[in-house]
Design a protein around this ligand. Structure first.
Ligand SMILES: Nc1nc2c(ncn2[C@@H]2O[C@H](COP(=O)(O)OP(=O)(O)O)[C@@H](O)[C@H]2O)c(=O)[nH]1
Ligand SMILES: [Mg+2]
Length: 207
């Protein structure tokens, strides 16, 4: 693991695109249904116990939460979707803001989508994937909590998800992931290295 991830620290909460930090050259956003295991994944990836949780503030549901790896690189925690307590009007408003962010944020160079392996890819997950593809944004789908299924079932779920996304012509990497058993961490670190230009081997920054 690149020591960069270990040094991650909370930077700021941005309620909209206008308040995202300046001077960042590469960032990767994390999305998924609430309870999919997003916070746990960010903590595991950064080897920190409560990094993602410390940012919890009232109204946090609609904020982009920025974690800084160094002067020019960030991980961004997007609000979890499918949270019933958020009123529809606020959800629609946020949806617009999110689309604006995905479309316009220059530094954004990839999307990590966390999906609980026990639920199939939901409608909103598929929407996110197709929107990201439409924007030429690379997507890494982590099937989280893989430890909850036996090996065969986990593998079969992985193959089914890969086939579904392949049939939809989605350009996506799908992997099993478990924060508990530390599965899939290396694959995701490698993917992040490429998309944050950590190794200088894959400069995919938007023009
Ligand atoms: N067994 C198992 N449980 C997990 C894993 N990742 C997260 N969880 C649990 O799933 C619940 C939701 O996780 P959290 O990271 O808060 O989800 P978030 O809402 O997407 O940020 C918590 O109770 C976690 O302990 C995992 O890899 N394995
Ligand atoms: Mg969370």
């Amino acid at each position: 693991m690149n020591p960069l991830y270990h040094r991650a620290e909370y930077l700021l909460n941005a309620p909209s695109l206008n308040t995202t930090p300046e001077g960042i050259e590469y960032e990767v956003a994390f999305a998924g249904r609430s309870n999919a295991g997003k916070s746990s994944a960010i903590n595991t990836l950064t080897h920190q116990k409560s990094l993602a949780r410390t940012s919890k503030t009232p109204g946090r549901t609609q904020h982009l939460v920025y974690f800084k790896l160094d002067e020019h690189r960030c991980l961004v925690d997007l609000p979890g979707y499918g949270y019933a307590k958020v009123p529809p009007r606020i959800q629609q408003q946020w949806q617009k803001e999110l689309e604006r962010y995905l479309e316009k944020r220059k530094a954004l160079n990839g999307l990590v989508l966390l999906v609980d392996i026990r639920r199939s890819l939901g409608e909103y997950d598929l929407q996110m994937i197709s929107y990201a593809n439409h924007l030429n944004l690379d997507v890494f789908v982590a099937l989280t909590k893989a430890d909850k299924l036996n090996r065969n079932n986990a593998k079969n779920t992985l193959f089914a998800a890969q086939k579904l996304l392949n049939d939809l012509n989605a350009n996506v990497q799908v992997e099993l992931f478990s924060s508990l058993k530390k599965e899939g961490i290396e694959q995701l670190h490698n993917w992040l290295d490429n998309h944050l230009n950590v190794t200088n081997t894959a400069d995919k920054k938007k023009p």
